[in-house]
Design a protein around this ligand. Structure first.
Ligand SMILES: Nc1nc2c(ncn2[C@@H]2O[C@H](COP(=O)(O)OP(=O)(O)O)[C@@H](O)[C@H]2O)c(=O)[nH]1
Ligand SMILES: [Mg+2]
Ligand SMILES: [Zn+2]
Length: 357
């Protein structure tokens, strides 16, 4: 294990947060696997088991958000057993869902750079579904990329590419085949050292096959049988971050499938980018456009490194996306109204409701 923590995606954004903690006692690490309450972390230069500090995490269950795969944590080393996780560093991106038991936010994955929205280029292709994933991805703080799989068994995958490109301007759409290797060279611009990719997509679309194709090795089990089929082959529900030999990391946790359940209204943006919203409030001018205005807190934060430029750009894209979605929504509502009006006019009078059933 000769990877540095920077290889694992640790950057100034995280390092700067250490100032407020006791650096003598605590060391940074990344959560790479979780099994129930047992954590596996990567510390420079070892993999260690760890567990949560009880007084911090278990005293007030309704408020505490447990660390997730990909989180950077501060641990107190323990040479005789599990290290103890004391703190979780602020995340640059995250996926959450609703923990229905405690009715609170539950984290699924954190600190990824790219979100691969994986869907197959066949009859399962569904713009609405992709739209939902795109919205989740923008809210997460990661950059979405649409991956259309199984291009080898599709008559003309370029139709699907075109459709997705037109629907989601500004999002890269890449058709691939994990079987023939088609498209993998185009995809390689996202397979970068120290970057983390989160995979989103239904079971069976070819996520594990894609990981194997990228890794050029069979590191993940692939399955023709639905994973939720009780009689199907048993596929272990890995909750882990995989480090590839080229130092790209991949998160493919089962929990991502249920992601659509969490917020998707406009205010999801603000909660996902709360620190940016806070910054904007600190700009000298109320109508600051964060360009060349003096006293701009955003520019300042980018300059001194507390706000990663990527994150700011994602925020801007997301705002734009949300605005477009809002306009579309309004347009749709208006069209519906018109249709309704037309229906009302053409409706014969005095027909009872049941006749329409
Ligand atoms: N022809 C073809 N089949 C694929 C491709 N990718 C995955 N498959 C098949 O689709 C099925 C599901 O793949 P898997 O990677 O397990 O999907 P996952 O559930 O999303 O991880 C398996 O039978 C794979 O062999 C591809 O690019 N081309
Ligand atoms: Mg799989
Ligand atoms: Zn500003």
């Amino acid at each position: 294990m000769n990877y540095t923590l920077h290889d694992y995606g640790y950057t100034d954004f995280f390092e700067k947060q250490l100032d407020k903690y006791n650096k003598e006692e605590l060391v940074p690490a990344r959560v790479i696997e979780i099994q129930k309450e047992q954590y596996k972390i990567y510390k420079e230069f070892e993999v260690k088991t760890a567990r949560l500090k009880g007084s911090k995490f278990y005293n007030n269950l309704s408020d505490v958000v447990f660390p997730a795969i990909g989180d950077f944590v501060l641990v107190k080393p323990n040479p005789d057993g599990d290290d103890i996780i004391h703190e979780v560093l602020n995340r640059k991106s995250k996926f959450s869902r609703l923990d229905t038991h405690y009715d609170k936010e539950q984290l699924v994955a954190a600190n990824f750079d790219f979100v691969f929205i994986v869907t197959s280029a066949n009859k399962d292709f569904n713009i609405k579904k992709i739209e939902r994933y795109i919205s989740i991805a923008w809210q997460s703080g990661g950059t979405p990329v649409i991956i259309l799989t199984k291009a080898d068994i599709c008559d003309d995958y370029s139709d699907y590419v075109f459709e997705a490109e037109s629907a989601f301007i500004g999002v890269d759409v890449i058709a691939i085949s994990s079987m023939t290797g088609l498209g993998l060279d185009t995809l390689s611009k996202y397979i970068k050292e120290s970057k983390t990719i989160a995979l989103l997509g239904a079971s069976g679309v070819g996520k594990s096959s894609l990981v194997n194709a990228i890794a050029k090795k069979d590191i993940m089990k692939t399955n023709a049988i639905r994973e939720d089929d009780a009689r199907g082959r048993h596929t272990t529900t890995h909750r882990q971050l995989i480090m590839l030999e080229n130092k790209t990391m991949i998160i493919d946790t089962p929990g991502m499938r249920e992601l659509g359940m969490w917020t998707d209204s406009g205010d999801g943006i603000d909660s996902a980018f709360a620190e940016i919203e806070d910054l904007i409030l600190k700009c000298k001018f109320k109508d600051c456009e964060h360009n060349k205005e003096p006293g701009c807190a955003v520019k300042e934060a980018i300059k001194n490194g507390t706000l990663p430029l990527d994150r700011w750009n994602n925020y801007l894209k997301l705002k734009k996306e949300a605005k477009i979605a809002l306009i579309k929504e309004k347009r749709k509502a208006r069209a519906m109204e018109k249709m309704q009006e037309r229906k009302e006019k053409s409706k014969p009078r005095k027909k009872s409701f049941t006749e329409y059933e």
